[in-house]
Design a protein around this ligand. Structure first.
Ligand code: NDP
Ligand code: 2IT
Length: 444
């Protein structure tokens, strides 16, 4: 970095103790250096200084009472990062590791991701350090309601439209939507990922995982390859992992492993997804329980061990920095040909560098997992139109969007001299529209 080095220094100084945010900003600014060279007007207009500073950061107290009558206090966040191309849009994460730096990294990534979808959505993210694990149904409901009694005054269908992320699925969105509707006395599309009976979109549940596979299939096809007959390893066993596995299987691949934060299962015959859906979606259990249903499968403690299983395609779909340089080395040694990021920033910078250096097809999260938010955008459109499209219609639109994201990212990569570098291409393609909009709207 030359032109943009000072901006990165300022980010480090202004945001101490936020390593994930620093990591996300560094990768993007490195990609944007050649854009800054070609666009001195963006440098002069302070586009780069402004794009790394959230427009607004909201932090609030979330008190709630557990089933024993004990009072708990969690912290809630909403970071409204950039609204140049549309209302703030992005998920809510409930996980004990959540802090301001994590939400800022996710909100920053979301700005570029949402731009890549080609839909009119700005970037934002929120959540809480609340841990949903082991909580009763009523505790989850009371927490969601308390969270919304503050969040409601900051969001709205034309202002900021949250959705799910880790620890937030259709159940939590339902409780939050109910409280928002009560407080505002308005039925609007203020959240996405809603249930089908009250304004949700078909395919939203499957969208991130399906979209990931559509994107990776497109990248494979460009090299004369495909999912057909491939062995696939997928980390995580939540929403993104389950539907990535489903689509990979539909495309003719064999998915042999999944994990959670405790350990991984290996099923040489191919993972049975009905069992996984039962354990995770119905029983809200642990992936270790898989072996009770399929005794020939193996469960091993330690989640990162999953990357030692030989595979052709690896899809990290759990969380940030879950795939390290040493894991990348093992994957490459085992002949892995493609890595598609379903999670946000799951590969550490040294892992990304190794994949690119070794010519592994590498699909970065902000492009490859954009199908979730893209389908949220389609849910917003349907809510505004007050109608709903069929599964096939939404799926077809999702497929077209993922193909276009691949095309735009690979064309931007080629334009800037590194045709196979989708990290560079996604960052530049995502930046272009946001930068042009910010430039046109003046210094605000
Ligand atoms: P879920 O809560 O449904 O599932 C999360 C999965 O990841 C669980 O298996 C969980 O295991 C595992 N996991 C979470 N934290 C850790 C950790 N610290 N170490 C190891 N495993 C962990 O979330 P999603 O599937 O929705 O999200 C997964 C990833 O995809 C996230 O990075 C999210 O930001 C990203 N994403 C999600 C989208 C969506 O539409 N939902 C859209 C785009 C990206 P455990 O049960 O043990 O915690
Ligand atoms: O990281 C993401 O893109 C999401 N969690 C989905 C956001 C959304 O608004 O659907």
């Amino acid at each position: 970095m030359k032109i943009l080095a000072g901006i990165y220094e300022q980010v480090l100084k202004r945001n101490p103790g936020e390593p994930e945010f620093h990591q996300a900003v560094k990768e993007v600014l490195e990609s944007l250096e050649p854009v800054a060279e070609r666009h001195p007007e963006y440098v002069k207009a302070g586009i780069f200084e402004r794009i790394v500073e959230p427009e607004r950061q909201i932090i609030f107290r979330v008190p709630w009472v557990d089933d024993n009558g004990t009072v708990h206090v969690n912290r809630g966040f909403r970071v409204e990062f950039n609204s140049a191309i549309g209302p703030y849009k992005g998920g809510l994460r409930f996980h004990p590791s959540v802090n301001l730096g994590i939400i800022k990294f996710l909100g920053f990534e979301q700005v570029f991701k949402n731009s890549l979808t080609t839909l009119p959505m700005g970037g934002g993210k929120g959540g809480s350090d609340f841990d949903p694990k082991g909580k009763s149904e009523m505790e989850i409901m009371r927490f969601c309601q308390s969270f919304m009694t503050e969040l409601f005054r900051h969001i709205g269908p034309d202002t900021d439209v949250p959705a799910g992320d880790i620890g937030v699925g259709a159940r939590e969105i339902g409780y939050m939507f109910g409280m928002y509707k009560k407080l505002r006395n308005e039925f609007t599309g203020v959240l996405t990922g809603k249930g089908i009976p009250y304004g949700g979109s078909l395919v939203r549940t499957q969208a991130t995982g399906y979209g990931l596979c559509y994107f990776v299939e497109e990248a494979l096809n460009a090299k004369g390859l495909s999912f057909e007959g491939r062995t696939v390893v997928i980390s995580g066993s939540g929403n993104v992992a389950i539907y990535a596995a489903e689509k990979a299987q539909q495309l003719g691949a064999k998915v042999v492993a999944l994990n959670d934060s405790n350990g991984y299962v290996y099923d040489k015959n191919g993972i049975n997804l009905d069992t996984v859906k039962l354990i995770k979606e119905v029983q809200r259990g642990r992936i270790s329980e898989y072996v009770k249903h399929h005794p020939h499968a193996q469960y091993t403690e330690g989640s990162r061990g999953i990357w030692t299983i030989p595979c052709d395609i690896a899809l990290p779909c759990a969380t940030q920095n879950e795939l390290h340089g040493e894991d990348a080395e093992i994957l490459i040694k085992n002949g892995c040909i493609a890595v598609g990021e379903g999670a946000n920033m799951p590969s550490t910078p040294d892992a990304v560098e190794l994949f690119i250096k070794n010519k592994v097809i590498f699909a970065p999260g902000k492009a490859a997992n954009a199908g979730g938010v893209a389908t949220s955008g389609l849910e917003m459109s349907q809510n505004s139109l007050r109608l709903s499209w069929t599964f096939e219609e939404v799926d077809e639109k999702l497929k077209t969007i993922m193909k276009n994201i691949y095309k735009n990212a690979s064309e931007a990569a080629a334009e800037y001299g590194e045709p196979d570098n989708l990290v560079l291409g996604a960052n530049i393609a995502g930046f272009k529209k946001v930068a042009a909009a910010m430039y046109a709207q003046g210094v605000v």
